[in-house]
Design a protein around this ligand. Structure first.
Ligand SMILES: Nc1ncnc2c1ncn2[C@@H]1O[C@H](COP(=O)(O)OP(=O)(O)O)[C@@H](O)[C@H]1O
Ligand SMILES: [Mg+2]
Length: 328
């Protein structure tokens, strides 16, 4: 299925609609969008706007009322739903691990259905546990009740990755974790996706998370209508309307700084100053600014020299339109 590709394939939604019986309006109303191969696209929008319904139509847990879905050029609605779901990773907030199966058996479920030999499944389980930073010898034999919420969510992600599917659907998979665990999972996930290049749709209601993870973000409103669909930087630079601006919040400039790294800014002062607080090449500019504020200095040391507050400001603005009215 999908040419047996384990790297991402393109997903196309065409006039996709779901009208639940007895509901006054469609939950998903005539949505058309393309998710490019190998990209991580985040759906962000308020509760009830249709995110979960859109996802569940892609792996056919919900049957569309009308419209088309193609994955890697194949018409999803013509495929066998059970077979389809074995080739799409699915991770949800409620995790849904089987309580009577061990961690290893939970992760190995889909590979087993696909008929992998046991030795190959065992190797894959080891590999995936290491990938989500859980020591295989400690965790492989545990039951879900013997895990924390954050550990269960990691197992959920490992299980979704198990058969190396080209497509992953992730519906608020880190939603039930505390902020520190969530940040850790997000960082691991970004690192993972850099290696794996799957096509991923990731649902969240947290714009901060969307910016951090997404190659692109689809900001959705009621009926899964697309308010804006673009890269995080483009959305932060130019929100399409007040609705999108409302999602970004008041600190758009800080959020844009969080998208950029020290390595992205060419420094003019190339003489190292070990007396300054030091940052690394992949420190975000937001972290660099925080460090300057914390040290009461307007400069910090980088691997290539010294980064100044003025250089930092130059990277994020002023916005052209603000510059024009900036003489008030
Ligand atoms: N099985 C269902 N039957 C009827 N209405 C549903 C069902 N599932 C979801 N809905 C309704 O469809 C809309 C979209 O829901 P959902 O896709 O779960 O939104 P989200 O994931 O963005 O919170 C909501 O108004 C919700 O009440
Ligand atoms: Mg939902």
């Amino acid at each position: 299925m999908f040419d047996r590709d384990t790297e991402g394939v393109r997903i196309e939604l065409r006039a996709l609609t779901k009208h639940y019986p007895g509901q006054p309006a469609p939950a998903v109303d005539n949505v058309t969008m393309d998710i490019p191969a190998g990209e991580l696209v985040v759906f962000v929008g308020p509760s009830g706007c249709g995110k979960t319904t859109t996802m569940k139509m892609i792996n056919r847990l919900v049957e569309p009322t009308s419209g088309e879905i193609r994955i890697g050029g194949q018409d999803v609605l013509s495929l066998d739903p059970d077979e389809l779901r074995r080739h799409i990773g699915y991770a949800i907030q409620q995790v849904g691990l089987f309580p009577h199966l061990t961690v290893a058996q939970n992760i190995g479920l889909v590979p087993k259905l696909l008929g992998w030999p046991q030795a190959k499944i065992d190797d894959r389980v080891e590999e995936l546990l290491a990938l989500v930073s859980l020591e295989p010898s400690t965790f492989r034999g545990r039951y879900p009740r013997q895990l924390s919420g954050g550990q269960q969510q990691r197992i959920g992600v490992a299980r979704a990755l198990a058969a190396d599917p080209p497509v992953m659907l992730m519906d608020e998979p880190f939603g039930a974790t505390d902020p520190i665990t969530r940040e850790h999972l997000q960082n691991e996930f970004v690192r993972l996706q850099r290696q794996l290049h799957k096509t991923i749709i990731f649902v969240t209601h947290d714009f901060e998370e969307a910016i951090k993870l997404g190659d692109r973000i689809a900001v959705l409103r009621e009926g899964s209508h697309i308010a804006q669909y673009d890269t995080p930087a483009a959305i932060l630079d130019a929100p399409a309307d007040d609705y999108v601006a409302g999602f970004i919040g008041q600190d758009a400039t800080l959020k844009r700084l969080a998208l950029m790294r020290v390595a992205d800014v060419p420094v003019t002062d190339t003489i190292p100053d070990p007396a300054l607080p030091q940052v690394s090449a992949d420190t975000t500019l937001r972290e660099a600014l925080d460090l300057m504020l914390a040290h009461g200095t307007d400069r910090c040391g980088t691997p290539t020299g010294v980064l100044s507050y003025a250089e930092l400001c130059a990277v994020v603005g002023p916005r052209p339109e603000e510059a024009m009215t900036g003489d008030r």
